[in-house]
Design a protein around this ligand. Structure first.
Ligand code: ZN
Length: 218
């Protein structure tokens, strides 16, 4: 089973599922011509998607366009269902930097047909992920800087202050639909500036106070 490292822990943590929220930043929804949703858009990636820091991304041969989405990742430590937002942060074990890689052309076709998104979101290597830092080292997640560069050129530069649902609210709404277990990872949405990467590109992502993540596209 895939596992992740929490810097302050002695043993790795086995990962369960990865639950993601779409369009949690209004500016990103608008850049793709999407409506800002009033009901949550939730989807999952399997743990087998994870690529560690320094790893290699392989774009599947059925896709023409693979987009980067830098996101704050939340590691669940205490399980729960229908978690109230006021208690949600008590369920967190740690935070990390993630990239929700998305096959945009495949996703557009799936959206047109009304089909599920997994073929665009859940391919092998679709979730580069840094090591986690323990929750008690992060004072506040409401004003974190999220950045992503491709080959040294800054593409995404946003703040978690612009999230439509806060980290606590994301945990709460995901737990309304799915039981959250220890080892589950939640991706909390991407700021504006998403765009394509191709073979040979290097992605460098960073979140202030959380960490950095670099991967290469094969
Ligand atoms: Zn995303």
């Amino acid at each position: 089973m895939p596992s992740v490292t929490v810097k302050q822990y002695k043993a790795p943590v086995t990962v369960g599922k990865i639950v993601c929220i779409g369009r949690n930043f209004a500016a990103h929804a608008k850049e793709l011509g999407n409506a800002v949703p009033d009901s949550p858009i939730l989807f999952m990636k399997p743990a087998s998607c994870i690529v560690p820091d320094g790893g290699t991304v392989i774009i599947p041969d059925y896709a023409r366009e693979c987009h980067h989405e830098v996101e704050l990742a939340v590691l669940i430590g205490t399980p729960g269902q229908k978690i109230p937002a006021e208690q949600a942060l008590n369920h967190v074990a740690g935070y990390a930097v993630a990239i929700d890689l998305t096959l945009r052309d495949v996703q557009s076709t799936l959206k047109e047909k009304g089909h599920p998104w997994e073929m665009a979101k859940a391919f092998a290597t679709s979730c580069p992920l840094s090591d986690f830092v323990a929750v008690d080292t992060v004072a506040d997640t409401s004003n974190l800087q999220l950045k992503l560069s491709v080959n040294g050129e800054l593409r995404q530069n946003g703040t978690s202050a612009d999230m439509m649902r806060s980290v606590a609210e994301v945990i709460a709404v995901m737990s309304d639909y799915f039981p959250l277990e220890a080892g589950d990872i939640l991706l909390t949405g991407t700021p504006a500036g998403v765009g394509p990467v191709t073979s040979g590109d290097r992605m460098d992502a960073a979140i202030s106070g959380i960490g950095t993540l670099s991967v290469q596209v094969q």
